[in-house]
Design a protein around this ligand. Structure first.
Ligand SMILES: N[C@@H](CCC(=O)N[C@@H](CS)C(=O)NCC(=O)O)C(=O)O
Length: 309
């Protein structure tokens, strides 16, 4: 069975979400450390243009976005379950955390009193490059102000704290599920932010739950270079089974582009080979990595027919 290869970097909250899920499922993995800013010379050949972090590689199948990476890990190791049948609202709650709680947490952690702790050890020149990379990635998407973000964050931290105090030890009761990991990675980032991390101390049930979630750890992993990961893709001779479902408005083998709809919206072009309510899959060929199947979630992405030149 092909190894799980995670392309990530240490300070990335969404990577922490997946590292914890790998720990939860006790899955061994290979770690490819990628740059936190563009260019990403050993990642873009695999994704075809998607630049966000993390990305999961299984042979020549490339999974973009943690919503889909989590599904791929669930398929690989169904127990313990991330999507228990008796908690159907875990997925939408996780989407809320990944989209809203995440932004509010970043705004809080990266305020002037928090950013130096998050970016400890990063040179002023690297900080400048980081800021201009993120501004370009966000484009015209507005970022909450510190005042707006803080107000929303406090309301949400209170809600999570009350939920856990009443119905813990996990967000939906007795066992962790996808919603726990989606909320925890946001608050993990706040914990990196030195003096401003003390905000979380106002929420005791939330703080104990966060300790519990982070104690799950990352299980065993071994480093791999980006070049070796590309060689793994190039050597793969099979791909995960997929297919285009009827009634979705697309035909198999159509030329399409897929792009995120929030930030980092660079489109990835290829041939449509998989489409369902939860996933799109395109085939593309890279001179270094060979024939790749690149997988995206439907949530938060837009698939379009390519316009013939
Ligand atoms: N919806 C995406 C969001 C991923 C995301 O925003 N990741 C951040 C790092 S935590 C990122 O990509 N930053 C820019 C970069 O790494 O190039 C997911 O769930 O994977």
């Amino acid at each position: 069975m092909s190894e799980l290869i995670l392309h990530h970097y240490a300070m990335s909250p969404f990577s922490e979400k997946i590292r914890l899920i790998l720990g939860f499922k006790q899955l061994a993995w290979r770690s490819v450390l990628i740059p936190p800013v563009m260019p990403k010379p050993d990642l873009i050949p695999l994704t075809g243009g998607y630049r966000k972090t993390p990305v999961l590689q299984i042979g020549a199948d490339i999974y973009c976005d943690t919503a889909l990476i989590a599904r791929a890990l669930e398929a690989r190791q169904p127990t313990p379950a991330l999507y228990p049948a008796d908690v159907p609202l875990a997925v939408p709650l996780g989407q809320w955390a990944d989209n809203h709680l995440f932004l509010e947490s970043v705004v809080w952690a990266m305020q002037p009193a928090g950013a130096p702790a998050v970016l400890a050890g990063v040179s002023p020149e690297q900080v400048r490059i980081f800021a201009s990379d993120r501004a370009a990635m966000r484009g015209a998407l507005p970022r909450p102000t510190l005042s707006d973000g803080t107000a929303q964050l406090k309301v949400h931290l209170s809600a999570i704290d009350a939920q856990l105090a009443e119905g813990g030890p996990w967000l939906f009761g007795a066992t962790p599920c996808i919603a726990d990991f989606s909320a925890a990675h946001c608050l993990w980032f706040i914990r990196l932010a030195g003096p401003v991390a003390s905000l979380l101390g106002n929420y005791p049930a939330l703080s104990s739950w966060l300790d519990r979630t982070l104690a799950i750890g990352h299980h065993i992993h071994q480093e791999m270079s980006g070049t070796d990961a590309i060689a793994v893709a190039a050597a793969a001779s099979t791909h995960a089974p997929t297919g285009v479902a009827a009634g979705q408005g697309f035909e198999p083998n159509e030329a399409v582009t897929v792009a995120a709809t929030d930030y980092g919206t660079d489109p990835v072009a290829g041939t449509l080979i998989g489409l369902s309510d939860t996933e799109s899959v395109i085939r593309r060929v890279d001179p270094r990595a060979g024939t790749l199947h690149v997988h995206f979630p439907r949530f938060g992405f837009q698939i379009k027919k390519s316009i013939a030149a």
